[in-house]
Ligand binder design. Structure first.
Ligand code: NDP
Length: 255
């Protein structure tokens, strides 16, 4: 494939994300609190998360693997591969195993669409980094875009993991599967700090990589999680009469 063809495919992929974002404000993907039996056959929630999220590191590492083991790449590419893999070890294994979710299910349609999403984003990012177009000399590690992007990635990951852990603790030691108002950390200001952290994280990755597929993944993440955070926020406001009125959905003091 030529670089021009690859870029064109990525642009089309981004257009799809931008078309789907407003639709997701109206049709909320039916998992977690928005689960609906109308979305067809279902499977176990934990297994669904493991299966759909494991696809991403596999698709990302597949085009890179041979060169990684042969030491064929420059240092920045090893850093990118490490960040991607570390995120997905957490998302596909640590996070689902920590869920209080034994009785919950997820529609197979959601798992299938997430597999497609993860396969395309993982593969396009790995493919680009393995290609000759990925021209990162070791000096890229000192480029302000790399340093700022890495800092954002780590900040976003810390926010995301902290928020997910706070959510898990809400049911720890109980048999509850229902919802309570989360407190502490960035929940003081927003309903969905886990989504905010994830958007910051992949925006940072895109800045550090400074390439098209990483930017596309950041846009897809925001296009998925912006509407989802908004749906969560409205759901909290409807469900809890005493929901903190000053708490925003995704961006502190703003939105
Ligand atoms: P949620 O905040 O909806 O749920 C996270 C976990 O916490 C679930 O196990 C949920 O249980 C539980 N939980 C949530 N709120 C409460 C509450 N008020 N009381 C008790 N338990 C609660 O997160 P999502 O499912 O939307 O996303 C999960 C992770 O995956 C996030 O970190 C998100 O950033 C990431 N993600 C990334 C995407 C991307 O495009 N890169 C796309 C989607 C998710 P239950 O399952 O019962 O609702």
């Amino acid at each position: 494939m030529t670089e021009e063809t690859f870029d064109l495919l990525i642009v089309m992929w981004v257009v799809l994300a931008l078309l789907l974002a407003p639709i997701q404000l109206v049709v909320v993907p039916a998992y977690g609190r928005h689960r609906s039996a109308r979305w067809g056959p279902e499977m176990g929630n934990r297994l669904g998360w493991i299966v759909m999220e494991l696809v991403s590191p596999i698709a990302f590492l597949a085009p890179l693997a041979a060169g990684l083991f042969a030491g064929a790449y420059t240092a920045p590419i090893y850093v990118f591969a490490f960040l991607w893999t570390a995120h997905y070890v957490n998302r596909s294994l640590v996070y689902p195993l920590a869920m209080r979710t034994s009785v919950k299910t997820i529609p197979v349609a959601i798992v299938a669409s997430a597999i497609l999403f993860n396969a395309v984003n993982g593969w396009t990012n790995g493919y680009y980094l393995a290609s000759p177009w990925a021209d990162y000399g070791a000096e890229w590690l000192l480029d302000p875009r790399f340093i700022a992007g890495l800092t954002l990635f780590l900040l976003g990951a810390a926010i995301n993991i902290d928020a997910d852990r706070r959510l898990m603790r809400l049911r720890r030691g109980t048999k509850r599967t229902d919802y309570v108002i989360p407190q502490g950390g960035l929940f003081r200001w927003v309903s969905c700090p886990n989504h905010l952290g994830e958007i910051i994280e992949w925006s940072g990755f895109a800045l550090a990589c400074w390439n098209l597929p990483a930017a596309a993944f950041a846009i897809w993440t925001a296009a998925n999680l912006g509407p989802r955070a908004w749906a969560h926020h409205r759901w909290y406001q409807r469900k809890f009469a005493d929901y903190p009125p000053s708490r925003k959905g995704l961006i502190p003091f703003l939105l």
